[in-house]
Design a protein around this ligand. Structure first.
Ligand code: F0G
Length: 467
């Protein structure tokens, strides 16, 4: 698909944003020499750069969303009562309306929900099946004695497979685990929609439906990672038979109906800067979650969020399911991805929901995985252009808890993550041109050596040196 066909493919002439800009924030770029100093100081880890030293910031789509005028107005409607804030009830109703779950526990962000769920739903030694791991999610599962098992389809580990739903669960992998160890050995299935580490790849409705049927037969629960489930709904609408005429809101609700609850990082899909929640349909489990939310997060009617944050979130959820908004969101990501593929730059295909992932293995074929090609690429891109990206490869994958060995993921990726409603098409052009410039000089680049490794989630704080 070329850039020119995007509009036709999507059944419209343009993916133009359904909003205009009311407030702007200046950008500035420091010199290459200054960036070299900043990078050195940051130990070649883009997480350790100061935001002021960054020109275009594509580190993450988490909490970096631009709010709407309605959300800013909502901030002023914050009810900052310790208990029973009206904003909580507004949020609760909104989640129930759009996601369809019964009980809602607010948390400060996604990992707060993951912590509580892992505590109450995993017995030590049980397996937790996931359609590929996510860093914080797997860590909480492991801290609580769970053993993570990857049950995503094999295509997800191949950056060039054009499977339209690379986030799908391979049901035969789940069945095999059940046959070998029994259903009671599985704590639950963690179903991520879309799959971040696979390149923002979606799960089909059919796959969710079939997984639900399988799990129901064995009494296994499914908890969704709903962080980018609205983006997932967009791909279902676009690609799956029978869904072109349905709204994102209808698709989202049906998808959630195949699951027993969800963890949510509201800093992504929901167009907020902070927040999260845990949703549970079963009353007994919800009561256990309520016992823990007061230990780790705050009272069950705020969970670490201010009243105004909950109001912003409730409004953001409504905005996130508008079809015209999501059309422009995915359109912008695809625009950047197609500029890069037009120039022969290797990226994960199909282009995913929240980011374009550079395939560092093919970008830097002369740098071995032990020399951190994706980390090197993120560092080099910042040095040469001021664009900040992040590593999603061997550094993010971490070590096996039992053996201490590095995991060697097949995907060694550098993520250009697009914040929602923040940058323009011209910014995307600059990013693409910056990547192209680096690509043209790729043979001169040298890899990195890790000189400091923290115990948990090492990608956030690890430090490197140039080889
Ligand atoms: N699940 C997924 C799929 C995520 O992408 C994230 C965060 C979380 C859970 C955890 O949520 O950050 O609110 O605690 N992802 C960010 C990222 C950090 O950049 O991909 P959190």
């Amino acid at each position: 698909m070329t850039r020119k066909t995007i509009g036709q493919q999507m059944g419209r002439s343009s993916w133009a944003e359904p909003w205009k800009i009311k407030m702007v924030e200046p950008l500035h770029m420091i010199s290459r020499n200054e960036r070299a100093v900043a990078l050195e100081k940051a130990g070649f880890n883009t997480f350790l750069l100061r935001s002021e030293d960054v020109y275009i910031d594509l580190l993450t789509d988490s909490g970096t969303n631009a709010m709407s005028d309605r959300q800013w107005a909502g901030l002023m409607m914050g009810d900052e009562a310790y208990a029973g804030s009206r904003n909580f009830y507004h949020l609760e109703e909104t989640i129930q309306e759009y996601y369809g779950y019964r009980y809602i526990v607010p948390t400060h962000q996604g990992r707060g929900a993951e912590n509580i769920l892992s505590h109450i739903a995993i017995k030590p030694g049980q397996y937790v099946c996931g359609n590929m791991y996510f860093t914080t999610t797997r860590l909480h599962q492991e801290i609580n004695g769970g053993i993570f098992v990857d049950v995503i389809i094999d295509e997800a580990h191949d950056s060039q497979s054009l499977h339209p739903f690379k986030g799908n669960v391979d049901l035969s992998k789940v069945q095999k685990l059940i046959d070998e160890h029994g259903a009671q050995s599985i704590a639950y299935i963690c179903l991520a929609a879309t799959v971040n580490m696979a390149g923002g790849q979606p799960v089909s409705m059919q796959n969710a439906r079939e997984l639900h049927a399988l799990c129901k037969r064995y009494g296994i629960k499914i908890f969704m990672d709903a962080t980018r489930a609205v983006e997932n709904a967009y791909f279902i609408q676009e690609r799956e038979e029978g869904y072109a005429g349905k709204t994102l809101a209808q698709i989202l609700k049906e998808f959630c109906s195949y699951t027993d609850g969800a963890t949510m990082s509201a800093k992504k899909d929901s167009l907020a800067n902070i927040g999260g929640w845990l949703a549970i349909n079963e009353q007994g489990l919800y009561e256990e979650a309520c016992n823990l939310v007061v230990v780790y997060e705050g009272l069950q009617t705020y969970g670490g969020m201010a009243g105004r944050d909950m109001e912003v979130l409730a409004i953001g959820i409504r905005e996130s399911v508008q079809d015209s908004y999501m059309h422009s969101r995915i359109g912008q990501v695809r625009y950047l991805g197609e500029l890069l593929t037009d120039w022969g730059i290797p990226i994960t295909l199909p282009i995913g929901g929240h980011a374009v992932f550079l395939d560092a293995t093919r970008f830097y074929p002369h740098i071995s995985q032990e020399e951190f090609p994706a980390q090197t690429l993120a560092a080099d891109l910042y040095l040469e252009s001021g664009v900040r990206s992040m590593e999603r490869g061997i550094v993010s994958a971490g070590r096996n808890k039992e053996t201490g060995e590095n995991y060697h993921p097949r995907l060694e990726l550098t993520r250009l993550t697009i914040p929602r409603r923040v940058y323009t098409q011209a910014h995307m052009d600059i990013v693409a041109e910056s990547v192209k410039k680096l690509f043209d000089t790729r043979n001169e680049r040298k890899g990195l050596k890790m000189i400091y490794e923290p115990k948990y989630l090492r990608f956030f704080q690890a430090r490197f040196e140039r080889l």
